[in-house]
Design a protein around this ligand. Structure first.
Ligand code: GAP
Length: 454
């Protein structure tokens, strides 16, 4: 069975098969399989020239909206490796496990929580109908060692969730900044999980990147802030996609809750993969600071400066994935438009202009006319100081537009013979393909207003 069977497809805007995204991502330099010349490593990817631009934009936009715009939120960047006790205190050594079953017949392996209910009840393999073995537990933490001398090396872990650094640095942030509860700490960073069933391209990887907000509150205000961040984060995701109806909030059932969460909601996106988690909103309560206080022996309680009340702050967590955002944005933006009146169709990425990897392409109408080329290069050299720009003079203008559409470039600037007379250029917009004429002097302001967040 392929990944895309049995998934409902809406008539108006069919879900994009994941294979099309994988192919475009590799062909146009967004994502490459890691160590490909050695056969690759399942669940690990590298990002190419366009991929890194898109990732940087996604990260920066999150940081801007979460840290820069909120006076009561600050950022940190913690190390990937921490003291091993951190992972005992966090509960990951004990609880961060997947329960798996293997088929006795075809040897396929499944996560119990991913098995269809009927197969679970009948103890039957979804692939061949064979009998399933007894479930086994696998810990997802990736081990590593600090030190070089045998016997003195300390076993520790690559962080299984990036947010632990925030709890470890919480007291330092309090003492070194002027934050008072309620306040938040944000971080973007890599996390590592020995996923037993990585798959669906960037969706479930072994090395991936998370963005977290840990918001510290008085227990009496927990519900208020939980609801507040749930709504804020939902609206944030809505703001960066085209298909708004493919986003929903779903409450976790009691059997789904992570060991640290008393309540949780997932912000989910619907694609060819079905409804899947994009970001988790977790009611972590006092789990983390209490456990780290207990395991480290350090008092991590907070004293209210006015009431002098002493308490362990409760935590609202919003935890999402840079890679899932990257994948969902491509799934959301990809469209194959048929050509009209016998004309060639196009593949277009309707990416939000502020996130698009390349903001503008400058194209001389012909490459063998020196004046056109010089003027176009001059415009390009000025624009590239302000935004990511490309210069392209290879192939006819229609083909060059198509090339830019396929990578989501929101604007193309064409330099033609009129430009040499009146210093105006054609600006073509990606989604509508509409064109306007603009003086060269107005180009920077026109484009900046449309491609930067403010
Ligand atoms: N600190 C809470 C936490 O780690 P999580 O739901 O396990 O919660 C948060 O992860 C987010 O990280 C998910 O919503 C998803 O976007 C991303 N994520 C988790 N596991 C992932 C994986 N194996 N590959 C890619 N992204 C992943």
């Amino acid at each position: 069975m392929t990944q895309t069977e049995n998934v409902p497809v809406t008539k108006e805007t069919p879900f994009v098969p994941i294979e099309k995204i994988v192919s475009l991502a590799k062909r146009r330099g967004f994502v490459y399989p890691n160590s490909e010349i050695y056969g690759g490593v399942s669940g690990i990817y590298d990002f190419g020239p366009l991929g890194v631009e898109l990732r940087n934009n996604i990260r920066r936009y999150w940081w801007w909206s979460m840290v820069q715009l909120n006076d009561n939120i600050v950022g940190i960047e913690g190390a990937i490796i921490t003291h091993p006790r951190v992972w005992e205190a966090s509960g990951h050594v004990e609880n961060f496990v997947d329960r798996l079953v293997d088929c006795k017949n075809c040897k396929r392996r499944y996560r119990i929580d991913h098995l269809p209910e009927e197969n679970l009840l009948q103890n039957k393999c979804p692939n061949c109908g064979g009998e399933l073995m007894e479930p086994r537990k696998f810990n997802l933490m990736m081990e590593t060692y600090i030190g070089v001398v045998e016997g003195e090396r300390m076993k520790t872990y690559l962080r299984g969730e990036a947010c632990q650094n925030i709890y470890l640095d919480y007291d330092n942030v309090l003492k070194s900044s002027r934050m008072q509860i309620p306040f938040g700490i944000c971080q973007i960073g890599k996390a590592f999980r020995n996923e037993v069933t990585p798959g669906n391209f960037l969706f479930r990887q072994r090395e991936f990147e998370q963005w977290d907000l840990q918001f510290f509150v008085h227990p009496s205000e927990m519900q208020k802030w939980f609801d507040y961040w749930k709504e804020r984060r939902f609206e944030w995701y809505k703001g960066i996609i085209t298909h708004k109806d493919r986003l929903r909030l779903r409450a976790h059932g009691p059997d789904e809750l992570a060991h640290y969460a008393k309540q949780a909601f997932d912000i989910e996106y619907q694609s060819i993969l079905g409804w899947q988690e994009w970001e988790g909103i977790h009611w972590r309560q006092d789990w983390d600071l209490s456990r780290h206080s207990q395991f480290s022996g350090q008092d991590l309680s907070y004293t209210d400066t006015v009431t002098k009340e002493r308490f362990i702050p409760w935590i609202v967590e919003t935890s999402g994935g840079v890679d899932r955002t990257f994948l969902n944005l491509l799934l959301d933006a990809y469209e194959e438009e048929p050509g009209e009146d016998g004309k060639e169709g196009r593949t277009v990425l309707h990416l939000n202009p502020m996130l698009a990897p390349v903001k503008v392409a400058v194209l001389p109408l012909q490459k063998n006319k020196e004046e056109l080329v010089n003027t176009a290069k001059d415009i390009y050299n000025r624009l590239k100081r302000l935004m990511v720009a490309q210069y392209d003079d290879v192939a006819n203008i229609g083909r060059r537009y198509r090339r830019q559409d396929e990578i989501g470039t929101p604007y193309c600037v064409t330099v033609d013979f009129d430009t040499l007379q009146d210093s105006t250029v054609t600006v073509r917009e990606r989604d509508t393909m509409s064109q306007i004429r603009l003086p060269i002097s107005e180009l920077p302001a026109y484009l900046l207003e449309r491609v930067t967040w403010h």
